[in-house]
Structures are given as structure tokens and as C-alpha cells.
Design a protein around this ligand. Sequence first.
Ligand code: PDD
Length: 282
Amino acid sequence: MSRTVYVNGDFLPEEDARISVFDRGFLFADGVYEVSTVLEGRLIDNEAHLIRLQRSLDELKMGCPVTKDELVELQKELIRRNNLVEGGLYLQVTRGAADREFGFPRDAKPSLVMFTQVKNLINSPVAEKGLKVISVPDIRWQRRDIKSVGLLAPALAKQAAVDAGADDAWMYEDGFVTEGSSNNAYIITKAGVIVTRHLGNEILHGITRRSVLALAAENNITIEERPFTLEEAADAAEAFVTSATTFVTAVVSLDGKQIGSGKPGPLANRLRQLYIEQALKS
Ligand code: PDD
């Protein structure tokens, strides 16, 4: 069945949706995006996603064609029109269509596109098994805190993982893990401490990261926000990733070497449970 998507003011069947070949998102990856979780037909942590969207827009001096309140109404309408119960809502703002010049066009109107994706997020078979990850050099640009649609490097990283028979890739720089191809990366030391890279320009400031770290703190789990090496990861008791579409998902091997028991660990499982319970209550 065809989805209804949203494109610049219209809700349309996906096959009828059109965007200009001159759109700067297409020509320059001159755009930003957000993916919000939908559970039981409701948006989860959406306010935080929209705040991050505004930050990404501000960093790129880009406008948005609608206000935040209008955007929320459009998101809800799109979920309603697609009868989406569980999955993700993707939204993208680009600088709009203009003749191809590198500098910002003076007269372009930003484009807004949204679509939904049905996904089993809670009963995810991948989460039950845990992820096998490989490590790849982080070849992305230096402003990874901006949620830019320029995703070629993460797409290459993910494909390298698939080609190697793994599920995902952890990217590293100067020997330290930055993050996963589309998620934040964590290890749990043998002493039960959660270690994840501190916020900065080197990683995306994950919305799920924030919620999960808050839950961990409430449950008296020690957190260290600092870079960790691939060696530390290989030697960890557990490892996991977080994102809007994976929640908390255990990582069970790195570059073919089993992490901990080689199965999703108890603390990762507990954090996943806590996160899901909180999301369903919100
Ligand atoms: N990706 N780091 C990167 C590089 C990401 O692309 C994402 C999200 C995250 C996690 O952020 P959050 O918890 O706010 O989802 C971290 C989304 C899900 C995507 O591109 O599909």
C-alpha cells in the first residue's frame, strides 16, 4: 500500500510526490533531518528532536518553512493519515531550489519533506540477538553535531559492515570510537561503568543518548563521558548503541571478537527495558 508523504504543503501518495532537481538537498546535501520514534501512534521525545532540528538549522543559517507548532501538527497528521502505530517519522528541511551556485541563494524557499516508516521497534529481532559490529575509520566532516543529510560516509560504513557479514560499523578517529554509523556507541566496563564519548562536534548529540543516560543516573549506574578505544571496547563486559530507531541495542562482537558473553548483556537489556517503559508512559 502506498504511503502518504508530505511535501511542501501537500499530503500526497508517495508516487505523486515531487521535488525539484535544483533542490540544494539533492545537489549539495544542503539540508538537515530528524527521525522521531512513533510508539502506539505517538511521537516519543519529539520536543527534543525539534529543538535539535532548530539547532542544526541555525548552525547552517537555514530557515524552516513552518513554525514548530505547525510542524508538530503536520507530523501528527502524517501519522494519522498513514495509521502509523510503530516506526519512525523522517523529516527533512533543505535550503530549497535555486540555480546551481555554491553560495547561499538569496531567493530560495526552504523545502520540507516528511514520510513515515513502519518498523517493529520494541520486538526487534536484531535487538534480541545483539549487533555484530566492525570498526571503520571515521571519514566524516568535522561538524557531526549537525544532523546533516550528507550521509555518504555512514552509508559506506554500514555497507562495509554488511559486506563483512556484520550488522553495523563503529567509526573511530585517532584510535577512539566516535559513534556508530547511525547511533551513539557505549561500552560497559567490567566494573559496571557506562562509558560513552563526551558531547562535542565529533558526534551527534543523540536524543536517545540523553534519555538513556538520565535513566542510568536515576538508577545509580556510574557514567563516564569520555572517549574510549577499540581495545577497551573489545575488552568490555558489554557494549550497546542508542538511537531513535534502535532504543538501546546490545553489541555482541567487534571485528569478529566476542564482547563479554557474546550475547546481549544484563545491563544493556535492563537499560533497554527502562527506556521502553519510560517511552510508553510518556
Ligand atoms: N540516526 N549518531 C548518529 C551519527 C546518528 O545518525 C544518530 C541517529 C544517532 C542517534 O541519535 P538519536 O538518539 O537522536 O536518534 C547518533 C537516525 C536514527 C537516522 O539517521 O536514521
